[in-house]
Ligand binder design. Structure first.
Ligand code: HQG
Length: 191
């Protein structure tokens, strides 16, 4: 097996995110329940766009992706993005019972969204869910994609006990429909 360099890994990962999360129809794909598509159809669709991906490359991207964004099923015939979709799909997530939801989770964002977030709560925006991180460091990295990060603490257990459904994605990201302002606090910025 040829080992891929980091740049190629990122390029293939971005390609997969685009079509498995956002525009499956542009590759002639339909997301099955759970977000799955046949690997063969994906590789054929990619080749049709002039972007050839080898099956061994695909396996490496799934295995080595820094955030475990993708899964291949046990039979090795279907692939999916684990979360982050904007395309319509039933991800067949199982709600986590309130007693298994952590007391607090974190959300990384940036200052310019803060007023709106504290006023109307966290909303899923283009995605299906609000994404929450299990620790401050991860949340901080998520916020950093947009500038100087601001981390919010989410009273997740309380929100779950109040009836909100929490889901955990295969890569440890927590998902919830929305977070009302009453369950949010800004974490004091680190010096
Ligand atoms: C903000 C990446 C105004 C929210 C990351 C965020 C993550 C509001 C942006 C995953 C708002 C949405 C998700 C409100 C939320 N008013 N702004 N009421 N509510 N926002 O990308 O959480 O690389 O959809 O704070 O690492 O940043 O894709 O969500 O800034 O895990 O695998 O609206 O995406 O992973 O942005 O990131 P996003 P996110 P991947």
């Amino acid at each position: 097996m040829v080992t891929m360099d980091e740049r190629r890994l990122v390029t293939v990962s971005k390609f997969l995110s685009k079509y498995l999360r956002h525009e499956p129809e542009a590759l002639g794909l339909t997301l099955e329940p759970g977000g799955w598509v046949p690997v063969d159809a994906l590789l054929a669709g990619a080749a049709g766009k002039g972007f050839r991906i080898g099956r061994d490359e695909l396996d490496q991207v799934v295995a080595q992706n820094d955030k475990r964004r993708f899964s291949i099923d046990a039979a090795g015939t279907r692939i999916r993005a684990n979360q982050g979709h904007s395309a319509a799909v039933d991800l067949q997530l199982t709600p986590v019972p309130p007693e298994e939801v952590p007391e607090v989770l974190y959300h990384g964002t940036v200052q310019r969204f803060l007023d709106a977030i504290l006023r109307e709560g966290l909303r899923p925006m283009q995605r299906h869910h609000v994404h929450l991180s299990p620790d401050v460091e991860t949340a901080s990295k998520v916020g950093m994609r947009r500038g100087r990060p601001v981390v919010l603490t989410v009273d997740a257990r309380a929100l779950s006990q109040a009836g909100a459904m929490f889901y955990r994605s295969a890569n440890g990201v927590w998902l919830v429909d929305a977070v009302p302002p009453a369950y949010l606090r800004t974490l004091a910025p680190s010096p």
